[in-house]
Design a protein around this ligand. Structure first.
Ligand code: HEC
Ligand code: HEC
Length: 341
């Protein structure tokens, strides 16, 4: 009895779109995936086993320093869902003036990046599962049940849409048959009465919307959000009068909303996961910067820089700011002595 059940569980681990997707109770595969993702995206700051000052970027970070994920008495106070929503949130502008309203329950540390726009929901759950092991706990959240409910949601909306479509087609046919009958009777063309099937048509449009959103939810579960998303060429023209304001806004967002300084060094301050940006304005062109910020994975699938969910306006402002970073070249350290003849 027991052996037969295990056999079934073992079979439902499938390969979808090149990535291993866990659809059965095989928790260890999910945890292994979580471990790989954690090492790649989190350990530079949090350390391989979650301890303070273990990640190479820890000491370079501005305050607050990355949380100690191995501390059970603190981490144990968070629910699985809370960990998920911290890792998969929208960034908030923490500027005192003109920032976002921030509630007591909101997690709003700009230098802890979001992975909502970089990883699939399933991958983020795998990371949560792994983070739990760093402080000796086990994830209780049922990822399989979540997936099943999304699949059932899709099936239900598909059925509803099929029925709505049939009802619409029947009503539409009835109205045109009616018009044809009248045309024959009156021996002249009679228009189809569109109002006779307007309700069925509206219901079908609504059902299609629900079907699309159920499909999107299931896609987000198993597919990375940036996959196949191409960023159109931006319009980066700015009126000279507005340029300075936009650059200011970009600088504010760089630190207070997207925490770019957690990973990039400027003038000797900030993290070291990415390259120093002191001379980025010389090296990079604005269109490239904009597209990179919107979806780094589209240009380099394995980059550790996450897509931070910059809106078009924010991306434009940050691009303008980064373009102004044109520090003088550092003094060459050891200049070759000029050979005198
Ligand atoms: C650029 C550095 C950096 C990276 C990369 C990073 N974090 Fe963090 N993390 C932080 C900082 C800073 C904090 C905030 C500490 C605080 O609030 O005291 C934090 C806080 C957290 C917290 C605590 C949240 C809370 O509610 O207090 C968790 C959990 C966490 N990170 C998990 C992760 C995971 C998982 C990843 C990888 C997917 C990750 N972090 C990647 C810097 C980072
Ligand atoms: C979690 C760390 C992280 C965060 C947060 C981050 N970056 Fe990066 N960034 C990187 C890494 C790593 C690279 C190097 C690309 C690579 O080779 O993977 C990079 C590359 C870049 C580059 C190209 C630099 C060059 O010289 O080629 C720019 C520009 C840049 N980031 C700007 C930003 C801005 C602006 C933000 C905030 C909106 C930001 N980054 C947030 C890690 C990060």
């Amino acid at each position: 009895m027991k052996a037969a059940r295990l056999g079934v569980i073992g079979l439902v681990v499938g390969v979808v779109g090149g990535a291993i997707v866990i659809t059965g109770g095989c928790a260890s595969e999910h945890e292994k995936r979580g471990h790989e993702l954690y090492t790649h995206y989190c350990s530079d700051c949090h350390g391989e086993s979650g301890k303070q000052n273990q990640g190479f970027n820890w000491s370079a970070m501005p305050d607050p320093k990355p949380k100690d994920l191995s501390n059970k008495s603190e981490m144990g106070t968070f629910k699985d869902e809370e960990l998920f929503s911290t890792i998969s949130r929208d960034m908030l502008d923490t500027s005192e003036e003109g920032g976002d309203p921030i509630g007591d329950d909101d997690f709003a540390v700009p230098t802890m990046p979001t992975f909502k726009y970089t990883l699939s929901e399933d991958e983020i759950w795998a990371i949560v599962g792994y983070v739990r092991t760093l402080h000796g706990m086990k994830m209780e959240y049922n990822v399989l049940a979540r997936k099943t409910s999304l699949e059932e949601g899709l099936k239900a909306t598909q059925t509803k849409f099929d029925q709505a479509k049939q009802a619409y087609e029947a009503a539409e046919k009835k109205a045109s048959d009616e018009a044809e009958r009248k045309s024959e009777q009156l021996k002249k063309d009679v228009d189809v009465d569109e109002s006779a099937y307007a309700a069925e048509q509206a219901a079908m449009v609504q059902a299609k919307k629900e079907l699309d959103s159920a499909q999107a939810a299931l896609n987000n579960f198993s597919t990375r959000p940036g996959k196949g998303l191409s960023i159109p060429r931006p319009d980066l023209t700015v009126k000279p009068a507005e340029a300075a304001k936009l650059v200011d806004r970009g600088k504010r967002l760089y630190e207070n909303k997207y925490g770019c300084n957690g990973c990039h060094n400027l003038d000797g301050e900030g993290g070291k996961i990415g390259p120093a940006l002191d001379r980025a304005g010389f090296r990079l062109n604005a269109t490239w910067i904009y597209r990179w910020l919107k979806n780094p994975q589209a240009m380099d699938a394995h980059t550790r820089m996450p897509a931070l969910g910059l809106t078009d306006m924010d991306a434009k402002a940050v691009t303008m700011y980064v373009s102004t970073l044109r520090a003088a070249k550092a003094e060459p350290i050891a200049e070759k002595p000029v050979e005198k003849p």
